[in-house]
Unconditional design. Structure first.
Length: 182
């Protein structure tokens, strides 16, 4: 068993990162990207982007493109976790998880405290996220493995939902192109 912790202190959440004052140094050290890795997750290997990187990742801390932003912004960063059938925490704008749920995805509120998703204040949201990430990092690896196993149905549902959305969007684009080219 291994735990992979990745930290990139040069990465900024957005253009306002350094204006957050006192939390900058402590949050930046523990925030940017921590992934808890387990050997048991090899069963979730898929043929999606960066599969070799994701093979040992148990919980992906997804640092979305923007953080202090008024609307949810979900990018390929979150979808990459879904495509690789990984549990995730979204470090992004408020209501990001709410948005994912509105388009048919499920989240991991039976294991991850997702109250951060409704916190509007960016400093409070970041502090909450850091505390939740720290809590998870301090768990016994067996607890994390059990959470992954207990969420296998959610991981599979999200993967299928992503495939369905991708197929739906491709059909919509095909229809648009056909109308334009006709």
């Amino acid at each position: 068993m291994k735990v992979r912790i990745l930290t990139n202190t040069n990465t900024r959440v957005n253009e306002n990162w350094n204006s957050y004052g006192d939390i900058n140094s402590s949050v930046q050290e523990s925030y940017v990207a921590k992934e808890i890795a387990t050997q048991s997750n090899k069963q979730h290997k898929t043929n999606s982007l960066q599969e070799d990187f994701y093979i040992d990742i148990g919980i992906d801390i997804v640092t979305e493109t923007v953080f202090n932003y008024p609307n949810p912004q979900i990018t390929e960063k979150t979808f990459r976790s879904i495509a690789n059938k990984k549990m995730f925490i979204v470090v992004g704008p408020p209501r990001s998880l709410q948005y994912l749920k509105s388009v048919g995805f499920e989240t991991f509120d039976n294991f991850i405290n997702e109250d951060y998703d409704v916190i509007q204040n960016p400093i409070q949201r970041m502090n909450f996220l850091c505390n939740e990430i720290k809590r998870i990092c301090e768990l016994d690896i067996k607890e994390i493995n059990n959470a992954i196993k207990n969420n296998d149905d959610v991981l599979n549902h999200n993967f299928e939902q992503l495939i369905n959305l991708q197929s739906h969007d491709l059909k919509k684009l095909d229809h648009i192109f056909n109308r334009i080219l006709s």
